[in-house]
Design a protein around this ligand. Structure first.
Ligand SMILES: Cc1cc2nc3c(=O)[nH]c(=O)nc-3n(C[C@H](O)[C@H](O)[C@H](O)COP(=O)(O)O)c2cc1C
Length: 202
């Protein structure tokens, strides 16, 4: 069994449709650790020792968030700045995260055609995630392809949100049970719900 910690990072949970449902589904899964980062640290006073211990206690670190201004919400950046210390996560003696996986689950209002070089957003979504990808690399972590919901504002009404949430539950259970094919997922740009059956072993 892999030890999975899921950080939910959304500053406006009460206005959320997509992430709120995803997080509720995650919270219902036995054997994984889930936490709401803004609820724990509404004043950004992150407990570095507690967070580093959480990382030590888990093999897979998953950040779930809505895309805000082409980035994760700012508390995740503060968490990175404080928790991923030299000598712990990187640099001389900084080997505590070696071999662990980092994964993202994110929602974006833009649709998939928009997130392309010739699209409205000018870049693929992975381009906006390169700081986290390189952070994982610097910390000797494997960066797995993000689980993405495009067009998130329309998803509750066009029927895609429920499917996405079901896929998320399957994904998290598979990670927990060592049935998620990280080796294949790492080769992908992103994972969408339609990809789940090919990445989850039964
Ligand atoms: C402050 C703010 C900034 C946003 N920036 C982006 C953005 O850069 N790209 C994008 O595709 N959507 C952007 N959005 C839309 C959110 O990603 C979208 O509302 C969210 O993914 C929906 O998930 P939720 O229902 O869980 O809140 C932004 C929304 C807000 C409120």
């Amino acid at each position: 069994m892999a030890k999975l910690v899921l950080y939910y990072v959304h500053p406006g949970n009460k206005y959320s449709h997509a992430n709120k449902l995803m997080f509720a589904a995650a919270r219902g899964i036995d054997g994984i650790t889930t936490l709401d980062l803004y609820a724990e640290y509404p004043r950004f006073d992150i407990d570095i020792d507690r967070e580093q211990q959480r990382l030590l206690d888990h093999d897979v670190v998953l950040f779930q968030f809505p895309m805000f201004w082409y980035s994760p919400p700012s508390l995740l950046k503060e968490w990175q700045d404080l928790v991923l210390e030299h000598g712990f996560a990187y640099g001389a003696g900084g080997t505590e995260l070696d071999g662990k996986h980092m994964m993202l689950a994110l929602t974006a209002a833009g649709n998939d055609e928009a997130y392309a070089v010739d699209g409205y957003q000018h870049y693929p979504i992975r381009t906006f995630l390169t700081p986290l990808e390189r952070t994982a690399g610097l910390c000797h972590m494997q960066f797995a392809a993000p689980y993405v919901l495009y067009g998130a504002l329309r998803a509750p009404d066009d029927g895609r949100l429920n499917t996405h949430v079901t896929g998320y539950r399957q994904l998290l259970e598979a990670i927990r049970d060592d049935r998620y094919d990280f080796a294949t997922a790492i080769e992908r740009d992103i994972v969408e719900v339609a990809d789940i059956p090919t990445l989850v072993r039964t």
